[in-house]
Design a protein around this ligand. Structure first.
Ligand SMILES: Nc1nc2c(ncn2[C@@H]2O[C@H](COP(=O)(O)OP(=O)(O)OP(=O)(O)O)[C@@H](O)[C@H]2O)c(=O)[nH]1
Ligand SMILES: [Mg+2]
Length: 459
């Protein structure tokens, strides 16, 4: 009888990706090989790293074990690096949730049991009508709601080939997935300060080719569940982006719009008549520039322009500016470009709008991403660039963020996602501080000659 797994192609891809492109071979399937523990052990013992998949009517759950599956009545002497995972489907997008545990696996002819810190965390008892027990910690972390114990319809075991035999690596893989899920949760639950606006406007500013449009594409890709390239990107001596674009992001293909938008601009060039006119920046910050405005490097927008927004409100304004800079070219920025950035920055400081530096084109995410996620900017490789930006624009180190945008990749990568989502969350937090700090007269409709307007027109 041929064996076909119940694991869908999509879910298998997710799992392989999580395991660092390891491959899976189906060793055991209860409906084919018999549903007793003896049948399972006979097929699975001493095969190397394995995954046990349990399919119930309500959920699919798996347990990865780095060490060998033991034989009957033997249990592993040392706890084995393991993790449990579930698949969640929302708006046609599959997301995985994981929980790392150092577990001891015990097998008797009746059941298979995982213990961690002496507590039973998971058990499978085929003899009692395919019963499965899941500790509340697993249910909670994996987002599963079910009776406990409950019944499953099928159990499969896979051999995992091509995975690093390194407990630290397994721990990091699962920690990254947990971190990604928690960031996604935070961003989905985010609400702009005091509901002053329904969405935060993030302005992407920076030299030609620094990765502004790619950052928007990267955020959108994560929320869409696959790589998308809505904004045109590319390498050119002059800017690929010629229109001012305001991009929204949906949570999933047909999901709701998220409470932030990206305002993508033409790149800055050291030669004034090639890149974006910096006199356009105050108008953009105030919210006077409409979506799809065609930039003119020789002439800034004026109130005479047919689509100029003459009475912008707080929702039209920029709430956070991200200076997007290629981390590899920071040491080679020309003095003209530095002077231009400083000039822009002086005026941003005057008007108090939130701002970060977003360093793109990081080569290796795991160099930036420490296991505990606390030291995002302090590794040796990027230390000098971070300090250079800190000196150049006096941006606090904690607001100098690093990302690797999706450029030539074909699939999402959890480590890349963690950097991109962390950067976005920091931008939103700072935008919240900016809104909170606004004087009450500015949180209503903008008067044409208010303080903000006066400051910006000095630029
Ligand atoms: N390796 C790598 N390439 C990147 C990254 N970000 C952008 N790129 C590439 O850099 C080039 C320029 O990216 P864009 O996103 O078009 O840059 P931009 O700042 O929007 O450029 P303009 O609109 O021309 O000013 C493209 O070829 C991208 O694929 C990154 O983080 N890593
Ligand atoms: Mg662009």
């Amino acid at each position: 009888m041929t064996m076909t797994t119940r694991l869908t192609w999509n879910k298998e891809k997710h799992l392989q990706k999580l395991l660092g492109n390891a491959s899976l071979s189906l060793l055991y399937k209860s409906s084919v090989h018999g549903s007793s523990i003896e049948d399972m052990v006979q097929k699975c013992s001493y095969q190397g790293s394995t995954i046990i998949m349990i399919y119930s009517m309500e959920y699919t759950i798996g347990a990865f074990m780095l060490d060998n599956f033991p034989i009957l009545y033997k249990c592993l002497k040392e706890p084995c690096p393991s993790f449990f995972f579930s698949f969640q489907e929302k708006n046609n997008i599959i997301e995985m949730r994981t929980l790392f545990l150092n577990a001891v696996l015990k097998i008797t002819d009746k059941c298979l049991e995982f213990y961690s810190s002496g507590v039973l965390k998971f058990s499978v008892t085929p003899r009692e009508n395919n019963k499965i027990f899941l500790h509340y910690l697993i249910l909670e972390e994996l987002g599963i709601i079910c009776r406990n114990p409950s019944s499953y319809v099928e159990c499969e075991v896979f051999r995992v080939d091509g995975i690093k035999n390194d407990p630290g690596y397994i721990k990091k893989l699962t920690a990254v997935t947990q971190r990604r899920n928690s960031l996604l949760g935070d961003l989905r639950a985010y609400k702009p300060y005091a509901d002053l606006v329904s969405e935060i406007r993030i302005l992407l500013l920076g030299p030609v080719g620094s990765g502004k449009s790619s950052f928007f594409n990267s955020v959108k890709s994560i929320f869409q569940g696959h790589i998308t390239r809505q904004a045109v990107v590319g390498s050119n001596n002059s800017s690929m982006t010629e229109q001012y674009r305001i991009y929204s992001v949906r949570d999933g293909k047909e999901g709701k719009y998220l409470p932030f938008v990206f305002c993508d601009t033409m790149g800055l060039d050291e030669t004034d008549e090639i890149g974006m006119c910096i006199e356009d920046i105050p108008q953009i910050l105030k919210g006077c520039v409409p979506d799809r405005y065609q930039f003119n490097p020789r002439e800034p927008i004026t109130p005479k322009h047919s689509t100029f927004i003459s009475s912008p409100s707080l929702k039209d304004r920029i709430h956070c500016v991200a200076y997007v800079l290629d981390i590899n070219s920071i040491d080679n920025l020309s003095s003209c470009m530095v002077a231009k950035l400083r000039k822009i920055h002086e005026k941003l400081l005057d008007c108090g709008v939130a701002h970060v530096a977003l360093l793109t084109k990081v080569k290796h995410c795991d160099e930036v991403l420490q296991t505990n996620f606390s030291n995002m900017t302090r590794n040796n490789a990027s230390q000098s660039q971070v300090k250079a930006i800190n000196r150049m624009l006096d941006i606090p180190i904690s607001n100098i963020l690093m990302v690797k945008n999706y450029a030539s990749e074909r699939e999402l990568d959890h480590m890349q996602d963690v950097l991109i989502l962390s950067a976005l969350r920091q931008m939103l937090r700072l935008a919240g501080d900016f809104l909170e700090d606004l004087p009450s007269e500015e949180t209503g409709k903008l008067a044409p000659f208010c303080f903000f307007h006066k400051v910006l027109t000095k630029l």
